[in-house]
Design a protein. Structure first.
Length: 387
């Protein structure tokens, strides 16, 4: 029996070493252990962030907090503020100010028949129409300046740290800026609004004809809806200062991934690479260290190291009480459905544990694997004793 117990202890110790200290060079989820993902792909974007909305984790980021021009991804916040303050069937008067804003337009004509809020939102989100943005801003906020105040109040409510908005369309202005992390936060909040999510996923939308009777159709400029399987939305952008920008979200096998790229030379290619990396490079027991310029967590909601917080939305998590005393080995309960198992380093924390409460999935944890092996070898030892 002593030989069996010694062998069991040695096997458990070896497994623990493999799980915690597997060398990065070994490492892809398609490998036998699948614990450590490869480094992120090279992309042209100057700032970007990947967020796993299922597990509530930032998977990787580069310069995600830098304040930058963000172009038309601004319209995500514009649409969210409109949806929270107006009805979809409300009629909107088209003014000269709205009709003459310039750049990307749907062709509104001052004094033409009123549009509904829903029609203008479709023009805003699909065609990225600046004239629709101003028409909505005037309708909801009374003026562009008044609507910008509403945008900034919403930004404060969402806890944005690096954003300020002065217009509803995102045309370059020195006082109009945001960051990849803030655009991510706006995007997650917007996609949880059913009306927004429906519009963001729409490929095309028939709009009121021109005063001359010519048809107007808004076609979604987010090519990923047609080219990347599982894409749910949400918004593209471009200006000379911002370069190409894109916030995108895709879902596969009940995993929802958000990607934001700013300052890109090829936003669709960049987002495709980062989505592929997120879906293919992270498994439920992925272990990855953090670096100063790029952060990657333990996938599945486990903290990467003491003092490191990868939760980007603290208002969407609940504080749980400290873990109870550890039971005797062999009687350890499995985690309840909807929670995430923790590693040995995270057992019996001194402070409350932060866990995401939305779209959680039960995962096999390192501790569970070790406990199962211990119970198994104990059983084997008992069999040998009886023999």
């Amino acid at each position: 029996m002593r030989v069996v117990r010694a062998g069991a202890l040695l096997a458990v110790a070896c497994l623990a070493v493999l799980l915690v200290a597997a060398p990065p060079s070994r490492a892809h989820p398609s490998s036998d252990l699948g614990l450590i993902p490869p480094d992120p792909p090279e992309v042209t974007a100057e700032a970007w962030i990947i967020y796993d909305d299922t597990y509530g984790q930032v998977l990787a980021e580069v310069d995600a907090d830098s304040r930058r021009s963000v172009a038309s991804v601004t319209k995500i916040l514009t649409a969210l503020v409109v949806l929270e303050n107006a009805g979809s069937d409300d009629l909107v008067v088209i003014t000269e100010t709205a009709a003459s804003v310039g750049e990307s337009e749907i062709g509104l004509v001052a004094g033409e028949a009123a549009w509904t809020v829903e029609e203008l939102l479709a023009a805003l989100m699909l065609w990225s129409a600046n004239d629709a943005a101003v028409a909505l801003a005037q309708h909801v906020g009374g003026s562009v300046a008044g609507f910008a105040e509403m945008m900034n109040r919403e930004a404060t409510r969402l806890g944005l740290a690096d954003s300020n908005f002065v217009n509803p369309h995102g045309l370059d202005h020195r006082d109009h800026y945001s960051s990849a992390r803030d655009i991510l936060r706006i995007s997650v909040a917007a996609m949880e609004h059913p009306a927004f999510a429906r519009i963001a996923a729409t490929r095309s939308f028939s709009l009121p004809p021109t005063p001359e009777g010519e048809p107007r159709v808004a076609v979604n400029r987010n090519d990923l809806l047609a080219t990347y399987p599982g894409t749910l939305g949400i918004k593209t952008g471009y200006t000379g200062r911002a370069l190409q920008t894109l916030s995108a979200v895709a879902q596969r096998d009940q995993r929802r991934i958000h990607v934001v790229v700013l300052g890109s030379q090829d936003h669709f290619a960049d987002v495709t690479l980062l989505l592929d990396y997120a879906f293919g490079g992270f498994g439920p027991l992925t272990l990855v260290p953090a670096t100063s310029h790029q952060q990657r967590p333990l996938a599945g909601g486990v903290a990467a190291q003491p003092g490191t917080d990868f939760e980007v939305f603290p208002d969407q998590v609940e504080q749980l009480p400290p873990e109870p005393e550890e039971p005797e080995v062999g009687d350890e309960p499995r985690p309840e459905s909807g929670t995430v198992a923790v590693s040995p380093e995270d057992e019996a924390p001194a402070t409350p544990v932060t866990r995401r409460t939305e779209r959680q999935v039960e995962l096999p944890g390192i501790r569970d694997a070790l406990a199962w092996m211990w119970k198994y070898w104990q059983g084997q030892g008992a069999e040998n004793d009886r023999g």
